[in-house]
Design a protein around this ligand. Sequence first.
Ligand code: SF4
Ligand code: SF4
Length: 131
Amino acid sequence: MAGVAIITEACIAVKDRACVDVCPVQCIYEYNPTTNRLESEEQAGSGIVENEHTPNVDAIAIFSDSILYVNLDECTSCTACYQPDVCPVGAIYAEEHVPDGTPTIKYNTTDPNKGHDHTFFVEQSRAVFAD
Ligand code: SF4
Ligand code: SF4
């Protein structure tokens, strides 16, 4: 669906959850290593889990809990989270506007802090959710 939100590498280690606060459907998830679940809070920092999913083991191992994940099946493309005043590091894009970096350098999964192709995160957003 056009306009679904993709979170890219700039979120890594920042993860201030500003996007969580503006999402009306709680479809932005954080991985909880303790429960081994992807969890979305009804409000950022509330500790009250609104929705949860099982992670795909291989996909979640790449970034674990260092970044947030949008469930693309639940995102309504409302546009709220990728308005310019929401994410402090510009990590969120509408799917059709995700920059692809250079055509020859692909995302380096051995060094998650030095990505080059943000389109990696389009597939990664889908891959982390096992259900
Ligand atoms: S607002 Fe940006 S940096 Fe903050 S959690 Fe969301 S994607 Fe990450
Ligand atoms: S586009 Fe809207 S529904 Fe989708 S993740 Fe962002 S705030 Fe949530």
